[in-house]
Design a protein around this ligand. Structure first.
Ligand code: ADP
Length: 745
């Protein structure tokens, strides 16, 4: 619709350059007439599609105006267009439409035209021939009613041609005769020529050869001049050439009939020539039509392209708009996203900063705590060390005084002094031990040891306690348990001493069982269960958990026990170091059972194990000469007396330098070397001694904690370390072990 409107607008602006915009409703009858005339001239130029479009538009205008005349004219013209394009059915429809419209308005001229046209087309359809003849008749009648000779002539010519073509010359003449009369000076040349040729044919067929020649010659003269007439369009020229060809054809037949063969041949030649001329023009017309059609198609294509372009532009515009909207939306979303992520980032940054600050604070707090803890450990270590040295003297001297029957009698408070000294020493040792475990300073060692000897040694070392409460100690070790194992014997001793010590403390006139059971003893791996059981006072269920805490003691009003309340805490921590746990099974008045499991490897038997057995044999049997190096006079006396008690002879050196001199000249089996001494300390002195004597066993005798000193001691060539205050039995075992080593070599 828009395409047509665009076209009409262009056309209309061409026709009415100054007119306002065209609108269908305001088309006047004049406008419509102009459109129809424009369509007619387009028809002459074979511009059928354009003509049809204008006619459609005119048709709508005429319908709007109820203008039957214009509607009839439009239909008539459309019929012609379809006829020229050999669209017979469409042409008949349009002509019939034109006939009805003209008839209803009694427009006889128009009706006559439409009828003549309809007849001409209907003749082309066999089934409509009768109708065609009727239409010609009616056309003639309506034209006659108007006394319109031109319009009367057309159906007569059509009818006479039909009858001649049918060979019905009689009927043909009935039409030719009035037609001849209607012909006048004003008649169209084409009508005159057509009539002449028809009459010529009729005369030839009715053997009136002269009349025939006359009519045909007249037609030839007119036609020859008309084909040269530039006013005539190609259609007319084609028509005249055809008439010329027809005229010569009949003349040739006529000459042949009168045996004038020469002329017959010549006319035949003329016929061929003009016929080919007619065909030539027809071709030209067809070409022209085709080219116009092509142009129109091109135009249509162009219009379509324009429309497509418009659509494209429109859709591009829409796309562009959508893109802009989308763009804006995306930008808005991105902005919102940016803002929210900026806010998030800001929040994150703030949170991060808070976390960083907190981390710093925590790190500082941790560092401070670690510093405090280190300071605490250092403090404890230093204090305990400082306390232990004088305590060593106190206990040592007290022991000596107590062993002397004379002094023992003189001072009844010696026992209490010894008790207090022992308690203080135990407390210091426990505190030191606990702090060391807590600061991860205690590492498990792997040495070979004899489990049976270890257990028996513990039982023996506690025999005083055992006796004081009148308890019996029973040792039960599974036969499957190999004597020599690999592990940390010192920690195991600590655990058992604590547990057995407690059992002895909290049992009177009872029994203590130390059991070692094999949970699995094969392939050199011993999973052992250690049980320390007593039939003592027992522990109430409610207290069984808390006794493992530091300084926890079950209150018992009837009895007073010595103890620091740290023993079980240390035991549990030491068992944890072995990746194990301690369990308790106890009932008040029945007794207590503590048990735990530790895995040990089977030891490869070495000389140390032999030594262990040798030690026991040698204890108290040899008379060794020992050099005691100590700057502390009390310590010198205590150590000398202890050695003397076992029958050892000893000599004393007050410092490192003195010791070196004495070793050079004296015959000593072993040196007990203090570490911290003025002038030349024990380590330096040992270093020098080792330059001239590599065999002599030198044992560090010090209150300095074992781990700290052991590495330094072995680095300078010392053989062992004894920590003050020491257990006498262990003290002698160490001495014997080191002397035996040298002697055995
Ligand atoms: P203490 O030095 O007081 O013995 P421990 O930590 O070794 O400290 O023991 C804590 C407490 O647990 C003891 O004071 C005692 O009340 C109780 N206890 C420990 N072992 C036994 C036991 N075999 N029989 C009864 N009570 C025990």
């Amino acid at each position: 619709m828009r395409k047509l409107f665009v076209y009409i607008s262009i056309l209309y602006s061409f026709l009415y350059p100054c007119n306002e915009a065209l609108s269908q409703s305001n088309l006047t009858a004049d406008d419509i007439e102009k459109f129809i005339k424009e369509a007619e001239s387009l028809l002459d130029e074979y511009k059928y599609d354009e003509a049809l479009e204008i006619l459609d538009y005119a048709n709508q205008g005429a319908q709007f105006n109820n203008d039957d005349k214009s509607l009839s004219l439009v239909s008539n013209l459309k019929g012609k267009i379809y006829e020229m394009n050999d669209e017979i059915d469409k042409a008949i429809t349009e002509y019939n439409h034109a006939i009805i419209l003209a008839g209803s308005s009694k427009l006889r001229n128009l009706e006559a035209d439409a009828l003549n046209n309809a007849g001409r087309v209907k003749l082309k359809k066999k089934e409509l021939v009768e109708k065609a003849l009727e239409d010609f008749q009616k056309s003639y009648q309506y034209a006659a009613m108007q006394k319109d000779t031109l319009r009367m002539l057309r159906p007569l010519l059509n009818l006479s041609k039909y009858y001649i073509d049918q060979g019905n010359y009689k009927e043909a003449y009935k039409k030719l005769s009035p037609a001849q009369r209607l012909l006048s000076e004003n008649s169209q040349p084409v009508a005159r020529v057509k009539l002449d040729v028809l009459l010529g044919t009729y005369y030839y067929q009715t053997d009136k050869f002269d009349d025939a020649n006359q009519k045909l010659n007249e037609a030839i003269i007119i036609s020859k001049s008309e084909v040269k007439n530039d006013k005539n369009n190609s259609d007319l020229k084609y028509c005249f050439y055809q008439e010329l060809a027809d005229a010569y054809k009949i003349k040739s037949n006529l000459s042949y009939a009168i045996t004038d063969f020469r002329n017959a041949y010549e006319y035949l030649d003329d016929y061929t020539r003009y016929n080919s001329e007619a065909q030539k023009i027809k071709k030209e017309v067809d070409l022209q039509k085709a080219s116009i059609k092509f142009d129109v198609d091109q135009y249509k294509k162009q219009a379509e392209k324009m429309e497509e372009d418009l659509d494209l532009k429109e859709s591009e515009e829409i796309k562009w708009r959508i893109s802009i909207i989308l763009g804006i939306v995306i930008i808005l979303i991105s902005l919102a996203f940016l803002i929210s992520s900026y806010k998030n980032n800001l929040q994150k940054k703030i949170l991060n900063q808070v976390l960083i600050d907190k981390n710093k604070e925590l790190l500082n707090a941790k560092e401070t705590a670690e510093q405090v803890s280190t300071l605490k450990s250092q403090f404890i270590s230093t204090v305990s060390h400082e306390l232990r040295t004088p305590l060593y003297g106190v206990i040592g001297l007290t022991s000596l005084l107590m062993e002397n029957p004379e002094t023992k009698k003189k001072n009844e408070y010696l026992e209490s002094l010894k008790f207090s000294g022992d308690y203080l020493l135990a407390l210091i040792n426990d505190v030191l031990q606990l702090s060391k475990i807590e600061t991860n300073e205690v590492k498990l060692e792997k040495v070979s040891f004899d489990i049976r000897m270890l257990v028996e040694g513990i039982a023996n070392s506690l025999h005083t306690k055992q006796k004081s409460n009148n308890n019996k100690v029973h040792i039960e070790i599974d036969d499957a348990v190999d004597s020599s194992l690999m592990g940390d014997s010192v920690r195991l001793s600590q655990i058992l001493i604590n547990l057995v010590g407690n059992a002895l403390k909290f049992t009177r006139d009872g029994n203590i069982w130390i059991k070692v059971k094999c949970l699995s003893c094969n392939a050199g791996l011993y999973n052992l269960r250690f049980i320390v059981k007593d039939d003592g006072i027992g522990i109430p269920k409610s207290k069984q958990k808390e006794i493992f805490d530091s300084f926890a003691q079950v209150k018992n009003e009837n009895q007073e026990y010595e103890g620091t309340g740290l023993g079980l805490a240390i035991v549990r921590k030491l068992i944890h170091l072995h990746n194990s746990e301690i369990y308790i099974d106890s009932e008040v008045g029945v007794g207590s059972e503590f048990y735990f499991d530790i895995k040990y490897e089977k030891a490869i038997k070495d000389e140390e194990v032999h030594l262990h057995s040798g030690e026991t044999l040698n204890i108290g049997t040899s008379n060794f000469n020992i050099l005691i190096v100590d700057d502390n006079k009390i310590n010198q006396i205590v150590t000398q007396n202890i050695l003397k008690k076992k029958g050892y002879s000893s000599d004393v050196a007050g410092n490192g330098a003195d010791a070196i001199d004495k070793v050079k000249v004296g015959d000593y089996d072993l040196v007990l070397m203090d570490i911290n001494m003025p002038e030349l300390n024990g380590l330096e002195a040992t270093k020098i001694i080792r330059t001239f004597n590599s065999q002599l066993p030198i044992i560090a005798l010090t209150a300095v904690e074992e781990n700290e000193i052991r590495i330094q001691a072995s680095a300078v060539g010392m053989n062992d370390v004894i920590i003050k205050p020491y257990d006498t039995q262990q003290f002698f075992q160490t001495i014997i072990r080191n002397i035996s080593k040298v002697k055995m070599i």
